[in-house]
Design a protein around this ligand. Sequence first.
Ligand SMILES: *[C@@H]1O[C@H](CO)[C@@H](O)[C@H](O)[C@H]1NC(C)=O
Length: 289
Amino acid sequence: MKLFSAAAALLAAVPFTQAYWKGFNVAAENPDGSCKTQAQWVSAFQKLASLPGHFTSVRLYASSDCNTLALAVPAAISTGTQLLVGVWTQDDAHFKREKDALESAIKRYGQDWIIAISVGSEDLYRKEVSAGTLATKIYDVRGMVRAMGVKKDVGHVDTWTAWVDSANTEVIKASDFIGLDAYPYFEGSSIENASNAFWSAINKVRGVVDKVSPGKWVWVTETGWPVSGPNYGNGVASIKNAQTFWKQIACAAFKQIHIFWYVHQDYQASPSFGVIDRNGKAIYDQQSC
Ligand SMILES: *[C@@H]1O[C@H](CO)[C@@H](O)[C@H](O)[C@H]1NC(C)=O
């Protein structure tokens, strides 16, 4: 009975729909390559909040590029959106500008708008940095924000294949959360086997993380299926398959893991994963969860 009431109290404290972060990746650039203005950030956040899933969590890739935090944070605050911050780590001068932009945003707006902070994105997958150097940068950013009183998680985002590589263990140790990117399409998976491939990637990463740093949370920081573009093996880009992937993966994942969908809008890219077309309309139906 005691256990039961503890669980009931927890459930009461955390509304069910907010038990997991359920968000979207949003680029600082518009599809034509121009940087988003503050008004365009507001309009992107309002669009995501107006979708049937009422998305009010957003992942950003960088802090200083396109003045991202200076423009996106006030837009987030005015629309009730929270941000998974990205700090780009290459090169050292850029990394310094990224840290400075994060520091300025925290000084000006406090920390309530922050979901967590990712130091780096797919750096290990691109083999741009050693695990040791990346870990040092994660500790560096954590030190900076902790000194400012910020208690949010500081981690890293990389492909699921990078996380299961034993050369990268130090980055698991350095991270408060493990953000994985998993794209069954890029692995050449058919849409029929995409759900298998997706959950198998998560479980492989969980297996490694549980050995290195038991109890650390594994988040999905990117996944999605393209609405158009070339085929990868058995992976076929189409609106129908993107819709199927949404129904099978998003609907299940939203109930059991922190997840950020890829992507808000990228209609000039190939493959194109964006769910919002050039007229601001959802390309496929997201009501069916
Ligand atoms: C389906 O996905 C699983 C997990 O990635 C993989 O082991 C299996 O070989 C795949 N099956 C087919 C038919 O591709």
